[in-house]
Design a protein around this ligand. Structure first.
Ligand code: MG
Length: 383
């Protein structure tokens, strides 16, 4: 197969520096999204990719081992230099040989495959929210807007060893691979990505530029990096990325080998600590909500249900979309419109707070009397 590549990276509309990095070293392509403070993020993504590029050129070890070496390089630099302590990076890399793409992935950058017009995510985000989605705790839609959607559970360079996701993807003529940082996927939907990729067939650089532009138009709150790889049937002329902007090519084989180092006890302890802390936060939030719910349930108000005056338990409000009233205790036969026509009850629809169920009943009876009096031509008045 022949590969034509397009690439674009952009700082976005909010950040002051670009902590993303990419690598076009045919047949190796990668994106990395650094983290750990402004400087740390830049150092981590660059160091990871330059380390991988150098070892890849030498072709000495299986690719997964080269990635592990890059992990150690970032980890060791992080431990040696206080200015970048704790840094790390995502890595989504593809080594394309023949009709196979070998993917190695850590973090929340992504690889997608566009085949016959439809887009499929190939990688799995190593994020807390994705873990919660898989556990059935939240929906994918909730994950997209979750306040902690950026929290990674795995990154390159934060531990002495890192578990890598690896897979081989068989390629067909006309396939398009997309590697991207979360600055793209956090800003525009997969439908939008699919539409842009579909509308730029045969022009990978235009695809990359348009994806970045779309993410910037959508807000550009993070750095945006995309690598678009068009897979074309080899006409026998070249194996190299004809459209690749980066200099330097290599035909060295990177042995594909599913090396999967076990997590160290230290790493396990650290993850368990994160899991436990998150658990405590979730339980505390749950308790707070349950307490608030119990308190709210002691409240009553008179409002409107189905066009009639009604008694509710709760309070007439919602907080962040969480409805704090819930039970219509009683729907009366008093038309709401008749009550709302009286100045005293003009705000009935937004609820009249009372202290107890008995008070609610008394208020309903008051409304009933006032409505009757008004119907008889007597002005509804203050009791
Ligand atoms: Mg990012």
């Amino acid at each position: 197969m022949k590969i034509e590549a397009g690439v674009a990276t952009h700082v976005g509309q909010v950040r002051s520096g670009n902590e993303d990095a990419y690598l076009l070293e045919p047949p190796l392509y990668a994106v990395a999204d650094g983290m750990g403070g402004h400087r740390g993020g830049e150092v981590a993504s660059q160091l990871a990719l330059t380390t991988i590029a150098e070892s890849f050129r030498k072709g000495a070890a299986p690719f997964a081992e080269q990635v592990q070496a890059a992990n150690r390089a970032v980890f060791e630099r992080s431990g040696a230099d206080r200015a970048v302590a704790g840094m790390g990076t995502t890595l989504t890399a593809a080594v394309i040989q023949g009709d196979l793409a070998h993917l190695v992935h850590v973090g929340d950058s992504r690889a997608y495959l566009l085949r016959a017009g439809s887009l499929r995510q190939l990688t799995d985000d190593h994020t807390l929210v994705n873990r919660m989605v898989k556990a059935g705790e939240i929906t994918p839609a909730e994950a997209e807007v979750h306040p902690h959607r950026n929290v990674l559970v795995r990154a390159l360079g934060t531990e002495p060893d890192v578990p890598l996701d690896e897979q081989d993807v068989g390629l067909l003529d006309g396939d398009r691979l997309l590697l991207c940082s979360d600055g793209l996927t956090g800003m525009i939907t997969e439908e939008q990505i699919q539409a842009i990729l579909g509308a730029t067939e045969g022009a990978p650089q235009e695809a990359a530029d348009r994806l970045v532009t779309a993410a910037n138009h959508a807000g550009g709150v993070d750095n945006i990096t995309v690598v678009v790889l068009d897979v074309l049937a080899d006409d026998g002329a070249t194996e190299e990325g004809a459209g690749a902007p980066a200099p330097g090519t290599t035909t060295q084989a990177a042995t594909e080998q599913p090396a999967r180092p076990a997590r160290t006890p230290d790493a396990r302890r650290r993850w368990w600590r994160i899991v436990i802390i998150v658990g405590i936060v979730v339980v505390a939030l749950g308790a707070a909500l349950t307490g608030a719910r119990a308190l709210i349930d002691t409240r009553w108000y008179v409002g409107v249900a189905n066009g009639h005056v009604a008694i509710y338990q709760g309070i007439p409000a919602d907080v962040f979309g969480y409805d704090l009233s819930h039970v219509v205790e009683e729907e009366t036969d008093i038309p709401a419109a008749a009550a709302e026509a009286l100045p005293l009850y003009s705000s009935l629809a937004s609820g009249i707070n009372v202290d107890s169920r008995a008070d609610a009943d008394a208020r309903v009876e008051q409304i009933r009397r006032d409505v009757r009096r008004a119907a008889r031509g007597v002005t509804g008045g203050h009791a």
